[in-house]
Write a protein that binds this ligand. Structure first.
Ligand SMILES: *Cc1c(COP(=O)(O)O)cnc(C)c1O
Ligand SMILES: [Zn+2]
Length: 408
């Protein structure tokens, strides 16, 4: 059963069939999936959703596949909880964390987009899939492709963290480290996708892939009891996630599953790569590409594909944007660990540190609800914190040695 009507250009509105298309041939705008919301409304009730398995496909009618999902059947539906300790540390009343650092199976929210992309790629008949990645997408594509029995070609910048390289190689894909930054990797992948007709999840089937991020937003609303937070801080790399969480809330409202969302969206980036944040702060019409230099490699996209839409989301909702230094990112990671017992990667350090900054600036009131998006796992970016966490006390296996070392 399909609820996809077709594709539509996000710029000029021209419509296209639901095929392997991603760019408007008139204005070069990116394409987006259009759905039959009237039909979906009859089917997708709160009760129907509640009766389904706890994975991202419980919102299946709002996801761009034709038949039954075939990938990511254990992905999504990650914990959302009230972070009392971190809230206290930041001086706010009602703080929530949506924790995709434990998303199945590769410990980041990229399992969501890949679940949708590969289900769709199989419907199109692709046998080879690929991606340009800042790390987490590489892990997810390699893992999901292995399970699906698809061949994969994965392109990463050559200077990626060891955890992300090993966490890709273990699935035995064709992993190609490119001597260049993500933006150069991405440009190369666009060329390869055109020439070889493989399904590059974030290039030629991007309109379908990107819809997977909405499930992070659907879950937030459902897990808050069909409500949305007053404020939401999201990390931005290409700028897709923040845009899609907003779209998710708007769709749920369209289906009358939630009240009109009043959530203000805040874009979070590292100072060493903050093209979206800079444009928002300078109230600029254009996003100036930058050369990334930050420990937050998963967010290191200097020329963000969805930067304008991310800016639009922030502007339309009355939110704001902020960036943080590498030192602040490490402090953010350590603060989340010390207060909530969660080890997040650098991107999570960015959102925690940005949240702290925005609260201190008075941008987010202390008595309204705030949700922090945690999107990846700290075990994958160990080198970022390794010099900042001390060492274990080393002793001989004797009580004497213990008591000498630990002076009680
Ligand atoms: C990819 C990624 C993001 C940002 O995603 P965009 O949709 O490109 O903005 C955020 N956090 C983590 C951990 C990621 O891997
Ligand atoms: Zn167009």
């Amino acid at each position: 059963m399909s609820y996809i009507k077709g594709l539509r250009c996000r710029e000029c509105g021209r419509e296209y069939p639901k095929e392997v298309l991603f760019v408007c041939e008139y204005c070069f705008g990116s394409l987006e999936v259009i759905y039959d919301y009237e039909k979906i409304k009859e089917k997708l009730t709160r009760e129907a959703i509640a009766s389904r398995p706890k994975n991202l496909w419980r919102y299946r009618e709002l996801l761009p596949i034709e038949g039954s999902p075939t990938d990511g059947l254990n992905s999504g539906f990650t914990p959302l909880f009230r972070a009392h300790n971190l809230g206290k540390a930041l001086g706010v009343d009602e703080l929530y964390i949506k924790d995709d650092s434990v998303c199945h199976p590769t410990l980041s929210f990229k399992d969501r987009v890949v679940a949708v992309a590969l289900s769709r790629a199989k419907e199109f008949g692709f046998k080879i899939v690929g991606c340009a990645s800042t790390g987490n997408l590489a892990n997810a594509v390699a893992s999901h492709a292995a399970k699906a029995g698809l061949k994969s070609y994965i392109f990463i910048p050559a200077d990626l963290e060891a955890g992300k390289v090993i966490g890709t190689l273990i699935y035995a894909p064709n992993l190609i480290a490119v001597e260049g930054n993500y933006d150069e990797v991405n440009r190369l992948c666009s060329e390869i996708a055109g020439k070889y007709k493989w399904a590059f999840v974030n290039v030629n089937i991007r309109p379908y892939y990107a819809e997977g991020s909405k499930t992070y937003g659907f879950e937030i609303a459902e897990q808050l009891g069909w409500k949305t937070p007053d404020h939401l801080v999201s990390p931005c790399a290409g700028g897709s996630l923040i845009t899609k969480i907003h779209k998710a809330f708007k769709e749920l409202h369209k289906l009358e599953l939630i009240a009109k969302p009043k959530t203000k969206f805040y874009a979070a980036q590292a100072s060493g790569c903050s093209p979206i944040v800079t444009a928002i702060k300078e109230k600029s019409e254009i996003i100036k590409p930058v050369k990334p230099k930050t420990i937050a490699k998963s967010l290191a996209i200097g020329n963000p594909a969805d930067g304008y839409y991310a800016m639009g989301t922030v502007g339309d909702t009355g939110g704001w944007a902020e960036s943080v230094s590498d030192d602040e990112i490490v402090e953010g990671i350590k603060l989340l660990a010390a207060t909530e017992g969660i080890f997040t990667e650098t991107a999570g350090g960015v959102t925690v540190a940005v949240t702290k900054k925005l609260i201190e600036q008075g941008r987010m009131p202390r008595d309204e609800s705030i949700l922090i998006a945690i999107t990846g796992n700290g075990l994958k970016t160990q080198e970022a914190v390794q010099p900042h966490i001390g060492r274990p006390a080393r002793i001989k296996p004797t009580i004497k040695s213990f008591e000498e070392e630990v002076r009680l």
